[in-house]
Design a protein around this ligand. Structure first.
Ligand SMILES: [Zn+2]
Length: 373
């Protein structure tokens, strides 16, 4: 079935609902037959023999990406971020500095793959919705690839993020109200024929986030036993978990680390359902929070992530609003300047550091320069 390498993508991206493969033409963001979500059918195969050290950054791991053979990497310097050990709560903790990616957030690992894929399908213009980081990232990679981008942004998104999107030459459309209004507005644009380059719906960026796991193991010289990351749609932690699964399958690590997803208590659907089951559904709010990047009431890949976190004997943690800025300051006191959405990991670390095994790795997702708080 995989004889024709140009068709490598098609057998592995399927609709989760009706199981139709991703079409060989076009770029639907969800299944045209049934509206279902697309995802990879199986975990990527990680093969150390296929690592290509001639390629820069994440592209060393291109064999794990599931992209068509004719894909040309759209590269801006993503990946190879530093891993820094620092004292926290009496433990040595490994911080993965994802805010040092080209646009200041981990999203670049996904945008690089997504835009490379869209370019392989001759796409010329796209729409996207974002609270800021994904929009800025997509705008940068679109600029690099010569695509026109229109980004729908919630009105509350921080000024620096909007300025960044604007500077890359994308058109910004500001939407009032909660994050879900922005999602609805871009869905309407997609229904009217725009190509929706959704970092949340389209699965193509996920193997890009998984490269964080590959780099961590290389840099630590061992596998982390616990991994902590902010969680909104769930894509980052899901892809990280899959990256570790691929490493385990390849015999590069022995165990899947405990995965810890962190949410702001003001909008913590995954924490609520994971901790309290169906009873938690009634408590889910979309409250205002400084952690604007994880303010997602209905995480698109929530089911898959809940299952993977359970499989890893991990958990979800909710962080109180008043703990967010002190966490940001604690990290900054160690020289690590991140935005409030990233800083929620500090409070989470304080909650789990004595429960879960070392070594603990923490993903610092977005730069403090992007915040107006
Ligand atoms: Zn379908």
């Amino acid at each position: 079935m995989l004889d024709n390498k140009a068709d490598l993508l098609m057998p592995i991206v399927h609709c989760l609902n009706c199981h139709q493969p991703y079409p060989e033409q076009g770029t639907p963001y969800r299944c045209p037959n049934c509206g279902g979500l697309y995802d990879f059918l199986a975990t990527s195969v990680f093969d150390p023999a296929q690592l290509n050290s001639a390629l820069p950054g994440i592209w060393r791991f291109q064999h794990t990406f599931g992209l068509p053979e004719n894909t040309q990497p759209v590269y801006l310097g993503e990946g190879d971020t530093p891993l820094l050990w620092s004292q926290a709560f009496g433990h040595e903790v490994a911080f993965k500095l994802e805010y040092l990616n080209p646009t200041g957030s981990f999203k670049d690992r996904g945008s690089a793959l997504l835009v490379s894929f869209l370019q392989s399908r001759q796409v010329m213009s796209v729409v996207e919705d974002s609270s800021g980081n994904a929009g800025a990232s997509l705008a940068a990679y679109a600029a690099r690839a010569g695509l026109q981008a229109r980004i729908f942004v919630p009105d509350y998104a921080s000024g620096p993020k909007r300025s960044q999107i604007d500077a890359y030459g994308a058109e910004i459309i500001r939407i009032l109200g909660p994050r879900s209004n922005t999602s609805e507005a871009v869905r309407q644009a997609a229904e009217q024929g725009s190509i929706y380059a959704s970092h949340a719906y389209m699965p193509f960026g996920l193997p890009g986030y998984a490269t964080i796991a590959y780099e961590m193991v290389e840099q630590m010289g061992t596998a982390p036993r616990t991994v902590i990351a902010p969680t909104g749609q769930g894509n980052l932690l899901l892809a990280l978990g899959r990256g570790f699964q691929a490493l385990k399958k390849a015999g590069a690590i022995n165990d899947l680390p405990h995965l810890v997803g962190v949410q702001a208590r003001a909008c913590a659907p995954l924490w609520a359902v994971f901790s309290y089951g169906a009873a938690g559904l009634g408590w889910i709010t979309e409250g205002e929070t400084l952690a604007e990047g994880v303010r997602i009431k209905n995480p698109i890949r929530g089911d898959a992530l809940l299952q993977l976190v359970a499989e890893s004997s991990g958990l979800f943690v909710a962080v109180d609003e008043e703990d967010i800025l002190p966490g940001r300051d604690e990290l900054a006191c160690r020289g690590l300047y991140v935005e409030p959405t990233s800083a929620i990991v500090w409070s989470a670390l304080s909650q789990v550091v004595d429960q879960l095994p070392d070594p603990i790795a923490v993903v610092l997702t977005g730069s403090g320069y992007k915040s107006s708080s």
